[in-house]
Design a protein around this ligand. Structure first.
Ligand code: DHB
Ligand code: FE
Length: 280
């Protein structure tokens, strides 16, 4: 049986990909940010997950105003790093797990989550930056990845409650896959940030840390935060945090935190990172 063994949450700031690729990750500015991922890199090497279900958002790289899927699952064999304006990042091609992905797509759709199925797409910083943060400089990514893309770019994004419920449905689908696989779910994006307008640069450390607290233990209070609160308290791009709730929903009733990291500033954001275990 496939098993969800852990959940990882992390910001996916594109500047971290640049810092990594230009080997500036230990300089004065980036050092404290990357140091918060050292624990996780060692832990991932020991855990050796087979598959990561990587919840992220596309930033107008694969999708644009022509197509805006609310929830999409990648069922393809592989995904190339997207060209986001400076050429594709020189990181490995991402390999999928089509059998598990199709099984999850079927499970979710029959469970009444109407997923968009994607067989071909390029993946942008939302997906490749978390891989670099967790695995560093590698010739091949050491896991298969099932991309799960969420629209948090164009209003209306899905509610936090719906994201949490999707995570619960993902857990049911994974548990019914017959092959013995060690599966992690990652939720990416956030934390507080606003990239444009008069409030650009907004950071709300108190709110972010309360959100980190809410990811741990048996509370489900985060699933009821309305969109307007993310917007008001965490800036226009803080809504990316609803993607963390898909991971949280997949962990079951209770979680235990193995690792926690928060740092300000990183580009225009507050960096947040959590490693959780289901504790049911
Ligand atoms: C930044 C953060 C993001 O999450 C993103 O997708 C793009 C840019 C930033 O802080 O620069
Ligand atoms: Fe983003």
């Amino acid at each position: 049986m496939a098993r969800i063994t852990a959940g990882v949450a992390t910001s996916h700031v594109p500047l971290l990909g640049v810092a990594h690729d230009l080997k500036k990750d230990r300089d004065d500015y980036f050092g404290p940010i990357f140091a918060g991922y050292d624990w996780t890199r060692a832990w991932e090497q020991a855990e050796k997950p087979d598959v990561v279900i990587l919840v992220y958002n596309d930033h107008a790289s694969a999708f644009d105003m022509k197509f805006i899927p609310t929830f999409a699952i990648g069922c393809g064999e592989s995904y190339r790093p997207a060209d986001e304006g400076w050429g594709p990042r020189k990181v490995p091609v991402v390999h999928g797990h089509p059998d598990l992905a199709w099984h999850i797509a079927q499970g979710l759709i029959l469970d009444e989550f109407d997923m968009t199925i994607i067989n071909e797409m390029d993946v942008d910083h939302g997906l490749t930056v978390p891989l670099s943060m967790m695995f560093g400089d590698v010739a091949e990514w050491p896991v298969k990845v099932i991309p799960l893309a969420v629209n948090v770019v164009t209003y209306p994004p899905p509610s936090g409650n719906r994201c949490w419920a999707l995570g619960e449905a993902i857990a049911r689908a994974v548990a019914s896959f017959p092959e013995d696989l060690n599966v992690q779910v990652w939720g990416t994006g956030g934390m507080s940030h606003q990239l444009q307008g008069p409030r650009a640069g907004l950071i709300n450390a108190e709110w972010d840390n309360d959100f980190l607290d809410g990811m741990i233990g048996d509370t489900d209070r985060l699933r009821h935060i309305p969109h307007i609160e993310y917007l008001r308290e965490t800036g226009s791009e803080g809504i990316e945090m609803v993607m963390w709730l898909i991971m949280r929903g997949a962990m079951g009733k209770r979680t235990a935190a193995l690792h926690r990291h928060y740092h300000v500033p990183c580009s225009n954001t507050a960096i947040g990172h959590l490693v959780l275990k289901p504790d049911n």
